[in-house]
Write a protein that binds this ligand. Structure first.
Ligand SMILES: NC(=O)c1ccc[n+]([C@@H]2O[C@H](COP(=O)([O-])OP(=O)(O)OC[C@H]3O[C@@H](n4cnc5c(N)ncnc54)[C@H](OP(=O)(O)O)[C@@H]3O)[C@@H](O)[C@H]2O)c1
Length: 280
């Protein structure tokens, strides 16, 4: 069975930001969007975006039973899932020493374990269709990290590493995987989706400095979520979609700089690392 039009989307975290804008873009193009929200009072406003085509599902991505029930509902109503967007997530701005077990585990559960579980649950649905596209919203912190984002960056890097493998695993079933890599985008991320911690004075000059930068750009982040959503939509209809889609100049520059650093270090230490194999 090949992809039909309109497509059915499943997007986590459509209450605001990226999730809401990607949902709006897909609805604007005539698709059906099942969007997940955590709070009952948010559901009606989402369905009002496009009555009959915007389906609001109450769900917390860390609750596996809720995720499975939501996906069953979508397949029950539309018969298929064409695009899944693992978007729901939040930051943890803390030096590793400042984190607690609870904060660390909750962040990994939301930003890493949940998207992995969602991918695992939708793959058999898409395999039966012999088509589908999984879009994971990562962050530039997953490739070129910032001080204070050790846990958040680890979650996003883990998601990217998983996607590298999954892409090849599901390619024979006609399923595509794209990792989206944004820099700072004008959403609620800095305002309400950054888990705060008690800052130790020892980290004022390091993590504190990045925190001050974030507070300074809050509300003036260079990334436009509406343009980002349009770019993501375009990637999902491309014949050969990108494995990684880097959004905005901030992320692009960081990505280029990190790649150059990696290449330079690889070359500089080649003579030490390369000869460590057994003789052929
Ligand atoms: N904005 C940026 O600068 C930026 C940069 C790089 C990557 N990202 C990534 O973009 C994604 C979306 O963030 P955003 O910038 O759009 O921020 P946002 O406007 O704050 O949106 C975050 C969304 O995630 C949802 N969410 C958080 N935890 C959840 C959970 N356990 N279960 C279900 N939903 C949950 C939130 O729902 P509630 O309304 O219930 O809280 C909200 O809908 C995240 O994965 C983030 O890491 C953002």
């Amino acid at each position: 069975m090949k992809t039909t039009s309109p497509k059915t989307w499943f997007i986590t975290g459509v209450s605001s930001g990226f999730g809401r804008e990607i949902a709006r873009e897909a609805l604007r193009r005539g698709d059906i969007v099942a969007g997940t929200l955590r709070h009952a009072e948010q559901l009606a406003a989402f369905e009002a975006e496009a009555p009959g085509r915007a389906i609001a599902l109450q769900m917390d991505v860390t609750k596996d039973a809720q995720v499975r029930a939501a996906l069953d509902t979508v397949v029950g109503q539309t018969g298929r899932i064409d695009v899944v967007v693992n978007n729901a997530g939040y930051g943890l701005l803390a030096a590793l020493e400042e984190t607690t077990d609870d904060k660390l585990e909750r962040n990994l559960a939301t930003n890493l374990i949940a998207p992995l579980r969602i991918m695992r649950t939708v793959i058999p649905i898409m395999r039966r269709q012999q088509s589908g596209h999984i879009v994971n919203i990562s962050a530039i912190a997953g490739f070129a990290n910032e001080l204070g984002f050790s846990v958040y960056g680890a979650a996003k890097a883990g998601l990217e590493a998983a996607a590298d493998a999954v892409t090849g695993e599901v390619a024979p079933f006609g399923i595509k995987v794209t990792t989206v890599v944004p820099g700072p985008v004008r959403t609620d991320f800095i305002g309400r989706s950054l888990d705060p911690v008690e800052r130790l004075p020892e980290y004022t000059k390091t993590v504190g400095q990045f925190e001050a930068f974030l507070n300074k750009i809050n509300g003036r982040q260079p990334g436009d979520p509406t343009k980002a959503a349009a770019a993501i939509y375009t990637a999902t209809v491309a014949v050969n979609p990108p494995r990684r889609l880097t959004l905005g100049a901030y992320a692009y520059d960081k990505m280029e700089k990190k790649i150059a650093e990696l290449q330079s270090e690889l070359a500089a230490w080649k003579d030490l690392g390369l000869p460590t194999d057994f003789p052929a």
